[in-house]
Design a protein. Structure first.
Length: 432
């Protein structure tokens, strides 16, 4: 069997079809078609803003289609215009030779027109082949990364085969001269292939420092909480099932979300790949505070028990029964732009008051002015502010609705101790 037969078979079929079409339509029509192809390729980018507006008028909201189709439509429109002109000129020439020239000259012209048509038709077919592969190869590069093997649909399998053969035969080097996509496109495809091929990396992705703020957005959390959608990715479902899901359609129609996604990850594509492969980010490894930290209630209680030396076992039991549920869900997020966010169970303030009242511990922390409603058991306050490096520690200045917190954090591997200075009740947190 001929290696990479699919790509050569496609080229052969297109050449044969081009030759037959050229012989049928003649040299004049084939020549104008050639001019249309060249003009369309040159003008498609210039005219694409107009065709993009046409797509928006027609109600096409899919962001991928709105990016990929305008230049194609512009190319086809220019090609059709040249073919209409070619048909008119060919008709005029045919009228002349049929009614004003001799039969011999008419016969010679028909033979010349047919043979010229065959040559130009094959040339047109060769250019069409390059242009088609120029459009198909980027799509094939993506679909190969997220291939589900035999579970893929017939068209996806054919596209994947053509893409692999184009890469193996270096045909894509010809196509890249026609349509040059930025390297970032292929890097994103590689990342998507890694996540699709190794679903366990999806959780690691959620811990990458540069996207922590982004994934906290309500619209992103809404997507992540849709198990029917996320399970398609985690179970490596075929691409057709993922694309046909309503959630995918809504994402592709949300230009704002897609733009924000690109702005978030585009500066860190190489670093993000390294992080997914090794679990270590070369760009952020020198700032260990970066990331998402979840409170370890048991470790925090153990630290408190060591610091409180004048309490009875009954008082310790009372604190533990209140302590763990009250602190559940407390977390700290520190991002590369030196912003910090502390989601804190409001009842922690009540616990501090209880400990202070029962055990006579003097508290220096600024009291939180807010008071929860009696019926609310878990009321969270989000403290926001900035972090800065202070010698070997990190200092966090946070605020929420008039309440101010000035905290210090010490990081030791995957463990973080968060407290005020000389605080007998530090929070022990672990990196999630």
């Amino acid at each position: 069997m001929i290696p990479h037969m699919s790509i050569w078979l496609l080229a052969l079929i297109m050449l044969v079809c081009g030759a037959l079409a050229g012989a049928s339509f003649g040299g004049i029509r084939a020549a104008f078609a050639l001019l249309g192809i060249i003009a369309g390729a040159i003008l498609s980018k210039t005219l694409s803003p107009l065709t993009a507006k046409l797509l928006s008028v027609l109600g096409i909201q899919n962001y991928v289609l709105s990016v990929a189709l305008p230049s194609v439509i512009a190319f086809i429109a220019v090609l059709i215009l040249f073919k209409i002109i070619g048909n008119f000129v060919a008709w005029k020439v045919e009228i002349y030779y049929k009614y004003k020239a001799s039969e011999l000259r008419h016969a010679l012209w028909q033979r010349l027109n047919k043979r010229l048509g065959i040559c130009l038709g094959m040339l047109n077919a060769a250019i069409y082949f390059i242009l088609i592969m120029a459009y198909l190869y980027p799509f094939a590069y993506f679909t190969i990364q997220v291939s589900a093997g035999e579970r893929d649909g017939f068209l996806i399998r054919v596209l994947n085969k053509l893409g692999k053969d184009a890469a193996a035969t270096k045909v894509y080097t010809l196509t890249s001269a026609c349509i040059r996509l930025p390297n970032e496109f292929y890097k994103v495809c590689d990342l998507m292939g890694m996540l699709y091929g190794t679903p366990a990396l999806v959780e690691r992705l959620g811990h990458y420092p540069a996207i922590l703020n982004f994934i906290e957005k309500p619209e992103v959390q809404d997507i992540l909480s849709d198990s029917s959608f996320t399970n398609l990715i985690l179970h490596q479902s075929p691409l057709r099932d993922i694309i046909s899901h309503n959630r995918t359609r809504s994402i592709l129609q949300n230009k704002t979300l897609l733009t924000e996604t690109w702005q978030t990850i585009s500066p860190y594509l190489d670093d993000l790949r390294e992080y997914l492969e090794t679990g270590i980010s070369p760009k952020f490894k020198n700032e260990p505070i970066l990331g998402k930290w979840i409170l370890d209630a048991k470790a925090t209680f153990a630290m408190l028990r060591r610091n409180l030396t004048n309490v009875t076992s009954r008082e310790l039991r009372m604190i533990r029964e209140l302590f763990m549920p009250m602190l559940e869900g407390t977390r700290l997020i520190a991002t590369p732009d030196k912003k910090a966010r502390l989601d804190m169970n409001f009842n922690h303030a009540i616990l501090e008051q209880l400990i202070s009242r029962q055990l006579g511990i003097s508290r220096t922390r600024t009291p939180i002015a807010l008071q929860p409603a009696p019926s609310e058991k878990n009321v969270f306050i989000t403290f926001q502010g900035r972090w800065q490096k202070d010698d070997r520690q990190y200092k966090l200045n946070l605020s929420a609705e008039g309440a101010q917190l000035s905290l210090y954090a010490e990081v030791d591997g995957n463990k973080l101790v968060l407290a005020e200075k000389n605080d007998p009740m530090p929070l022990i947190m672990i990196k999630r």
